[in-house]
Design a protein around this ligand. Sequence first.
Ligand code: DPP
Ligand code: ZN
Length: 877
Amino acid sequence: PQAIHLDAYRKPDYRIESLALAFDLEPEATRVKSRLQIAYDGSPSDLSEAALPPLWLDGDDLKLLSVCVDGTPLDETEYRQDATGLSLDVTSPGFLLEIETEINPKANTRLEGLYISSGTFCTQCEAEGFRRITFFPDRPDVMTVYEVTLRADKALYPVLLSNGNLVESGDLPDGRHWTRWEDPFPKPSYLFAVVAGDLACVEDSFTTASGREVALRIFVEHGNEGRCAYGMDSLKRSMRWDEERFGLEYDLDLFNIVAVSDFNMGAMENKSLNVFNSKCVLADPDTATDADYASIEGIVAHEYFHNWTGNRVTCRDWFQLSLKEGLTVFRDQEFSADMRSAAVKRIQDVRSLRARQFPEDGGPTAHPVRPASYIEINNFYTATVYDKGAEVIRMMQGLLGREGFRKGMDLYFERHDGQAVTCDDFAAAMSDATGVDLNQFKLWYSQAGTPGVTVTGEYDAAARSFELTLSQTIPDTPGQSGKRPMHIPLDFALLDPDGQPMPLKLACEEAAPTSRVLELRAARQTFRFENLDHEPAVSINRGFSAPVNLSIEHTPATRAVLMGRDGDSFNRWETGQQYATGLLLEAVEAGGEGRQTPEALIDALRETLLDEAQDPAFRALALTLPGEAFLADQMKTVDVDAIHIAREKMRGDIARALRDELLETYRGMQSNAPFEPTADAAGKRALKNLALGYLTASGKAEMWDLAVVQSRNSDNMTDRMAALALLTDRQGPERDDCLQAFYQRYRDEPLVVDKWLALEAMSVLPGTLERVKGLLKHEAFTLTNPNKVRALIGVFAAGNPLRFHQADGSGYQFLADRIVELDRINPQTAARLIAPLGRWSRFDGARQALMRQALETILSAENLSPDVYELTSKSLT
Ligand code: DPP
Ligand code: ZN
């Protein structure tokens, strides 16, 4: 397969002035007629007829039935067709092209283009699915207006939807009916959507700031109507929030969401017709956890926010994917922060960045936020493009200030509404609106790798001054070495022993603010602060203002100040995590058990656990030890067994030392009120379940009874799952009884069955791989449903380091075989399973060999998709 390069971008030769599509929907033979009004888009000077370039139309897996230009059928000498599309000779600068194709949605197991999920026709066109529906210049810089006619059997498919406004509908002979949709906003083909099925509809409405009445509809399979309320409420809150924060209003009279059970991603922002993985929109207390509710709120907002950042202003080419994704993730993070606790949200986002993006940035598939080349664009819907991309936007807001950032956003829309643009265009709007120079900053788009920043400080008591030295290094990544220093904004304060911010007066300045953003731009920089009466504690990268690996040493005294009293709650959490990480890594070095957990840590945890002034959700996070994967990332050579032993040992120490306080907390956080998915109630559940986790680790058998009772008697999925997750790791009859009872209770709820599969896949018990293999044959499992694949195979490989990395390599081989098997069904989902094998260089020699062997197994399979080929071959180098 061939790589595509950003440098090779050329603007399209032809404009599509309008597109009319007509679908005759049949599961195995859907006919698609398209009428394209086409105009040459070159400069008038090269407009001689002989010089008109051929028109290229992408096409994949299409049966071509006919092609007509201005009403005349083309004969076969006038076009050339291959497996990737159609090239037409052009004789006139403006013409009407009519194409008829046939496709087989039922056979479409890749879930790209038009396919069928539980009897419902639906589409997924991002990034390049539209070419699997009809021949078209399937690239985001070709924007046009769509008119779509849908015809289908009325009894089987009473609901017929597409983008924009419904303009006409009617009945046809033979029990069929039709609808016609017009979308007034020009859009790229990846935002096209069609849905046809027998679906229930939940309806609401929203009045925009300027008085537009918008009908809001969520379409679901019959029986799921009761699970739409939270998604609908999230949608309305998103619409209001975008008006208030960014002055952005919705622009049509209708906004539809459709939930489908087979979906490669979380959801898709098609213009006015969002299609969602049912997991990302359906919720009720009996089947969804607090984490599910929070994720639904964020994803509904994310897709809605794309209406402006993605749809109204879109990407020129797929290298610019982060233009819409990084920005929209930033927007959904800000929304969730406003809806819930901002501090807790920030910590969760940083945890997820460290769990998903940092390893990617340090591994064989590392790429910049704006990649320079790709073989398969589907492989670039990554944590780097999304989450590091969001951090880049957040840093811009840090440098420009909130008001400056808003001015930049306003200018961006003023300049580019209706256009397909680049990350440079975005940065230019930010810079032009504020006068801030972002030239060096833009290296964040082109240089991959997580910068390392080292902080050292020296206090001079006699001079009452403090000298802070910052230095940065950007690691080499595949294809990139010898990088330039980045522009890194670090939020900063110096704290006195009471945790109060001290004045920050630089030697050359009069002003002495108590917090400031230090802009690190050189490889090494020194700042000298004056008039300081005590040795300060350094609180830097507050709120995780830059996505870097920070290295800073604290004395026991400054650590205690930061952990206990820093006004920046992110750094309070971070300092505790760093402390625990250091201790755990020491223990790992010593083979796992290490020494007794120091009183200083226990005391700090006790103080946090009992501190009622702090949000329970924050307390739960502060008491959660760094995860095994995070610890592994801090090691040169990963030792999964020692990490597991060390972490369990520390959990046991904490549990025994704080048992009374934990039991008190467990009881204190119980509530008799009916379940509510609010942040407050969720925080109490999180702290309660954290306490339960420690209690079961305390070595007292009766604590397990609490978990058994909770798993059986709770009125909500959050508490039930929390207890079950603990039980899953414990050999014994209760484990099997509780899991069995759970499955029997929910066997008809696919989203809950996914949770059950994931519980089994995550278990630390020795027989886990065998159980996972057995579950492949279970009635509940199928390789054709991406949610099932991710729940069982994905969770085992990415979420169970202890068992995936078992020394005989059986976990690796298992994964390789599944990837090859799934590649024939759904390459995109198969490719997303590869990453854990790509981390081979971090393990010992024996495991390295076994992991590489598994990658070789994949690479030697016949007819590998470009998706799996690209990531596997990159992982081997
Ligand atoms: N564009 C979708 C999203 O991120 C996924 N392809 O929302
Ligand atoms: Zn998105």
